[in-house]
Design a binder for this molecule. Structure first.
Ligand code: NAG
Ligand code: NAG
Ligand code: NAG
Length: 535
């Protein structure tokens, strides 16, 4: 290291400020001007630079990481300039001068100037600074360029990580796959697993409207088992409950085998495959068309996502919904056909498969919906203007002329996941027609009307037909990175909804929240053990 490298830094033995470490660095240009840098003072300079600069570097690195995670500061250097130099290593003057120089360096200058000869490591920077005899301004300039480069890398890595996180949610865990295969095998070889569901003496309950009917549309056996056992466990009168599980053809035999071999003492469970329905031609055509359009929407957004430049894209969060497996799931979109699936029922509670029930829900069936069709949580436990889910503008494109202007884009959208439906009122309305009308409009608009997902077309079709229910009926958002709901709210909620990519049966969710769900998994069941579910 050349002695003349950093002209304006010298050693002052009169310790000021945090001088407890012995030698203190002072930016006294006067001392340099005097030109009395003897070989005796050079050694301490080299030592201090060797000690201080790596420290500084490490602190800067930490600060960049820290500020990248706090969204409140646009520029980490300006926000944290003072904290950066608040340690006892550098004297007041150097601190001031460096801070000023760092702030003076404009970010735009860096974009042009910083890329040529960009430095990879801090020691390269020190070498360059000392060999080219540059002053504190140049040092600040290069340091800031490095910092911004690092910050960009951090941001881009965060975006990538978020995307990988969403991608991780697409895979079906090996253990769930195993569970399905083993149960299908059981269905084939064990007559017990094929026995009637429900047993003949209870079949009459399936259409008896004096019972409390719960509908689940799912292709996930483990999830269905958790929904049902948590509901039954917390029910005041489980013998009044009738569960209707509708699943796809490939999941039918494992689902049936599970509930035939894990019979509930009290409640009745029916398992039906879609292939067992004998729908009219009209319904068949409608379902097919609905699925086709949803697939087109998902793949449109999915392809856009891949083409987008990941590094500096911006609006990724919304597009990422296209990666969610629910976007393509037949069972998920089928809910708009509930009145056709259950022609004999009049009032049902619909549960998503990613919920867990924590309290008795029987009062839902006696709830007065005020002539509306769906009862849903709209407002929140978290106060005024704080939505438990998202607002209308987060789902719908309000700059598109087709989206009705009378909808308030800042209003909270109602939550799916746990809804009470008055099927008679639904049949009298034209909601399913209206839903299809919206799907066609979306297709014709080039899919610019809404973000991909199950809810947006339902928000449009059900507008004016929603009866808000107490917010504590459902706390949602447990499948996202951060849930604002605290422990007390989570305990008080009747239903917890793991909407978002981190489904509780995946390994990407937070363990504390997952345990609220996994405590309802029957770990003594031999299939759960054989397939090492959640191990
Ligand atoms: C649904 O019915 C209402 C009146 O009952 C009507 O105003 C509306 O246009 C209908 N919507 C569709 C999509 O047919
Ligand atoms: C929203 O609609 C406007 C007007 O049609 C369109 O220009 C824009 O691209 C749409 N936005 C999205 C995200 O699709
Ligand atoms: C758990 O599974 C075992 C074996 O299938 C069964 O005997 C037991 O009753 C189940 N427990 C619950 C709470 O369902």
């Amino acid at each position: 290291m050349k002695a003349t490298g950093i002209k304006r830094v010298t050693i002052s033995n009169t310790s000021e400020g945090g001088g407890s470490k012995g030698a203190t660095v002072a930016a006294t240009s006067a001392a340099a001007a005097r030109g009395r840098l003897s070989s005796r003072t050079l050694l301490p300079v080299a030592l201090v630079l060797g000690i201080v600069l790596p420290f500084l570097f490490v602190r800067i690195a930490f600060l960049v990481l820290e500020s990248a995670s706090s969204s409140s500061c646009s520029s980490p250097i300006e926000c944290r300039g003072w904290r950066l130099f608040s340690g006892g290593y550098i004297s007041q003057k150097l601190r001031e001068e460096l801070t000023r120089a760092l702030i003076e360096v404009k970010d735009d200058n860096i974009v042009d100037g910083g890329t040529e000869g960009s430095l990879e490591t801090f020691s390269e920077l020190v070498k360059e600074m000392t060999s080219k005899q540059q002053d504190i301004k140049a040092f600040a300039f290069k340091t800031k360029a490095m910092l911004l480069g690092m910050e960009q890398k951090v941001q881009s890595a965060k975006k990538r990580e978020l995307m990988y996180w969403y991608l991780a949610s697409r895979g079906v865990p090996k253990s769930l796959h195993c569970l399905c295969l083993k149960l299908a095998e059981e269905y084939a070889v064990n007559a017990m697993a094929r026995s009637c569901l429900p047993p003949p003496e209870h079949v009459s309950r399936l259409a008896d409207t004096s019972f409390n009917h719960i509908v689940l549309l799912t292709d996930n056996v483990l999830a269905a088992s958790v929904v049902i056992s948590s509901t039954v466990e917390n029910a005041a009168n489980p013998e009044k409950l009738v569960f209707h599980i509708v699943t796809d053809k490939k999941t039918y035999s494992p689902m049936h085998a599970w509930f035939a071999t894990n019979r509930l003492k009290s409640a009745v469970v029916e398992v039906k495959g879609l292939h067992q329905y004998d729908w009219s031609q009209e319904v068949n055509v409608g379902v097919k068309q609905m699925l086709e359009i949803h697939h087109l929407i998902c793949s449109h957004y999915y392809n856009n996502l891949k083409e987008n430049d990941l590094e500096y894209g911006g609006e990724h969060q919304n597009f990422l919904e296209a990666l969610s497996p629910s976007c393509l799931s037949l069972m998920n979109h089928l809910r708009i056909y509930i009145p056709e699936l259950f022609p004999e029922l009049n009032k049902i509670v619909f549960l998503d498969d990613d919920v867990v029930v924590q309290h008795d829900i029987s009062s839902l069936w006696t709830l007065d919906l005020n002539g509306k069709i769906v009862g849903a949580v709209v407002d929140s436990w978290c106060g005024e203007n704080c939505c438990p889910g998202r607002k209308y503008k987060d789902y719908l494109n309000f700059s598109h002329p087709v989206i009705p202007s009378h909808l308030d884009q800042d209003r909270c959208a109602w939550l799916s996941g746990m809804n009470i439906f008055d099927l008679e009122a639904w049949r009298r309305s034209n909601i399913t027609t209206s839903y299809h009308k919206w799907l066609k409009l979306s297709l014709n608009s080039g899919f610019t009307l809404w973000q991909p997902g199950v809810l947006p077309p339902s928000l449009l079709a059900f507008q004016g037909h929603v009866h808000p229910i107490d917010p504590l009926w459902q706390v949602a958002g447990l499948g996202y990175r951060s849930s604002s709901a605290g422990g007390q709210i989570l305990e008080a909620a009747a239903v917890l909804h793991f909407n978002g990519p981190a489904k509780p049966w995946l390994e990407i969710g937070s363990p504390e929240v997952r345990s609220l769900w996994s405590r309802h998994v029957n770990f003594t069941n031999s299939f759960i053990q054989k397939c090492r579910v959640l191990h």
